[in-house]
Write a protein that binds this ligand. Structure first.
Ligand code: SF4
Length: 469
C-alpha cells in the first residue's frame, strides 16, 4: 500500500542541505568542511567493517542494533562499503526506518526468505553474454562490465553474484580493471556493426582510474559504428566530492566527452539516486559542474520498499533531480535477486507511482517506470504486462523485439500478498495452477520452445547461477 501524498510544497525540492551534517557523528565531530569535501578523505574513511560502524558512532548505536547488522551481514550477498557522506546522512536516532541505512546496511530483523523463483542472475546477463564482460541483448546496445568493484555496495544490487567480493553466504568472482581482459569485448564490438550504444558499467566507473577512463573511451570512440557511450556510476549520488575535487578523473572524462563531440558522438553519465535524502548541496554543486561542462547526466532509481515507494518521496526525487539538470530516466521495479526480498515492492506499487508522478513536472523529466523482465526480456513499461494476477502477485511479459515468442514471469514479494494467496503459494499444486492460469490468460502467442523453457524454470524452483546459497 502506498502512503498518501501529504501535499509537498511546490518549492520543497529547491532546499538543499548546507549544514555540516557529519559533525553529529561522534567520530567525525571535529572533521572540517575542507576535509569532508575531499574525495581522498572520503575514500580513506569509507566504512568497510562493522567494528568501524561501532567505533565511529560510539554510544549513538545500541549493542542490539550492531548485533542486528552483524546477523544481517552473515546472510546478505553484499559486503559493506559506505562513504562517510552517505553514512552521515543516515538518521542514527532512527536507523531502523532510515532509507539510506536500508540501502547499505541490511539488518537481519528486516530480511525475509528469498522468493521461490529468485535468480542470482535474474536478468540473464551471463546467459546473453557472447564474450566475457559483455552482455548483448538489445540489437544496437551492449553492456560492458570492465570491473566489478564500486565505491559503495548496495544491499539491493542486481549483480550481487559478482560485485564487491565474496561474503559469508556467496562466493564471487569479483574482478578489478585489467585492459588485457577487455580485448575480446572490444573485438566483438568492432565486428558487430549493428552496435551503436555501449554502457560502461560494472561495478562503477568511479573506480576506473583516469588512464582507464581514457583507454576505454578512446577504444570505443575509434569504432566507427559506435555512436553513444554511457559511463555508469553511482558516484554522483554517493561521492559527489569526486566530481568536485578529483580533477584528474574529471579531466579524463571531459577529454573523452570532448573527443566524442568532435566525432559527433554522445558521451554521457548514468547515475543512480534512489532517495531524495541522498541529495545535498554537494550533489547540486557536482551536478552543476557537470552541466557547466556540457555533460548530460541521466538517473536510474530502484524502487524499494520503505526507501522510495511513496508518492511524496518519488515526486520529491523527480523534482530535485530535474532542478539539478539530471534527467530522471528510469525507475526500476526491484529485480528478483537474492538477499533483498524485504526491499522488493509489488508491480502494482510501480503502476500507481507512475500514475502519481506523471503530471507533477514536464514529460521529459518524468521517469519511465520499468520492470526488467526476469530471464532477459529487457526493460518493459510497468503497465505493458500481458496479464497481471494482482491477487497472487504474478505478471507475464512479452518482449517482441528482444526475444520474440517468449513469455517472462515476474512475481511480487510473497509478504505483500493476502494470507489466502500466501497459503496458495505454499501449496505446490495450487502454485502451479495459478502460474499456468496467468500464462493461459496472457494475450501473447508463445512458441513451444519458450513453453518448455518456462516449465523447466518453474519445476526447478530457485535457479541460481552461482554462489553458496
Ligand atoms: S553501485 Fe551499482 S553495481 Fe555497485 S553495488 Fe551499487 S547497484 Fe551494484
Amino acid at each position: 500500500m502506498l502512503d498518501s501524498p501529504r501535499n509537498l510544497s511546490e518549492l520543497d525540492h529547491r532546499t538543499f542541505r548546507t549544514d555540516e551534517f557529519w559533525r553529529v557523528i561522534p567520530g567525525w565531530k571535529d572533521v572540517s568542511a575542507a576535509e569532508f569535501g575531499s574525495h581522498l578523505w572520503q575514500a580513506k574513511h569509507s566504512i568497510r567493517k562493522l567494528d568501524q560502524v561501532q567505533s565511529i558512532l560510539g554510544d549513538r548505536i545500541s549493542p542490539s542494533f550492531i548485533e542486528d547488522i552483524a546477523a544481517g551481514l552473515r546472510i546478505a550477498p553484499m559486503n559493506v562499503r559506505i562513504t562517510p557522506y552517505v553514512f552521515s546522512l543516515i538518521d542514527w536516532d532512527n536507523p531502523t526506518d532510515d532509507p539510506l541505512r536500508m540501502q547499505f546496511l541490511p539488518i537481519a530483523s528486516q530480511m525475509l526468505p528469498d522468493h521461490p523463483y529468485y535468480m542470482a542472475d535474474s536478468l540473464y546477463e551471463d546467459v546473453d553474454s557472447p564474450v566475457p564482460m559483455l552482455t548483448h541483448r538489445y540489437p544496437d546496445k551492449v553492456l560492458f562490465l570492465p570491473l566489478t568493484t564500486c565505491p559503495v555496495y548496495c544491499a539491493y544490487c542486481t549483480r550481487s553474484r559478482i560485485i564487491g567480493g565474496s561474503t559469508e553466504s556467496v562466493d564471487k568472482d569479483t574482478y578489478g580493471p585489467n585492459p588485457e581482459n577487455w580485448e575480446p569485448a572490444f573485438e566483438y564490438l568492432r565486428t558487430h556493426p549493428q552496435i551503436e550504444d555501449v554502457v560502461i558499467s560494472g561495478g562503477d566507473a568511479f573506480n576506473l582510474t583516469p588512464r582507464y577512463i581514457r583507454l576505454i573511451g578512446e577504444k570505443l570512440l575509434a569504432i566507427p559504428h559506435i555512436r553513444r557511450l554511457r559511463y555508469a556510476t553511482k558516484g554522483v549520488a554517493i561521492l559527489p566530492m569526486k566530481i568536485l575535487t578529483d580533477n584528474e578523473w574529471l579531466d579524463a572524462l571531459l577529454d573523452i566527452h570532448r573527443r566524442g563531440r568532435e566525432l559527433g558522438k554522445q558521451v554521457v553519465i548514468h547515475t543512480h539516486f534512489s532517495s531524495p535524502r541522498e541529495i545535498t548541496q554537494y550533489s547540486l554543486d557536482a551536478a552543476t559542474k557537470l552541466f557547466s561542462e556540457g555533460v548530460h547526466v541521466r538517473n536510474q532509481a530502484v524502487l524499494q520498499e520503505g526507501v522510495n515507494n511513496s508518492i511524496d518521496e518519488m515526486v520529491l526525487l523527480t523534482r530535485k533531480l530535474s532542478y539539478m539538470n539530471i534527467q530522471p530516466y528510469y525507475v526500476y521495479i526491484h529485480d528478483m535477486v537474492p538477499g533483498c526480498e524485504h526491499l522488493r515492492t509489488t508491480l502494482w506499487d510501480g503502476v500507481q507511482l507512475e500514475k502519481n508522478v506523471r503530471g507533477t513536472t514536464a514529460g521529459f523529466n518524468t521517469p519511465t517506470f520499468v520492470c526488467d523482465a526476469p530471464g532477459g526480456g529487457g526493460k518493459r513499461h510497468v503497465a505493458s504486462y500481458e496479464y497481471y494476477d494482482r491477487e497472487n502477485g504474478i505478471s507475464a511479459w512479452s518482449s517482441p523485439n528482444v526475444k520474440p515468442g517468449e513469455l517472462f514471469l515476474y512475481f511480487d514479494p510473497l509478504h505483500r500478498l493476502s494470507p489466502e494467496a500466501q497459503a496458495r503459494w505454499n501449496d505446490s499444486d495450487s502454485r502451479m495452477a495459478m502460474i499456468h492460469d496467468v500464462i493461459r490468460r496472457s494475450d501473447y502467442e508463445i512458441s513451444e520452445k519458450a513453453r518448455t523453457k518456462i516449465a523447466r524454470r518453474l519445476e526447478g524452483g530457485a535457479v541460481a547461477t552461482g554462489g553458496k546459497r
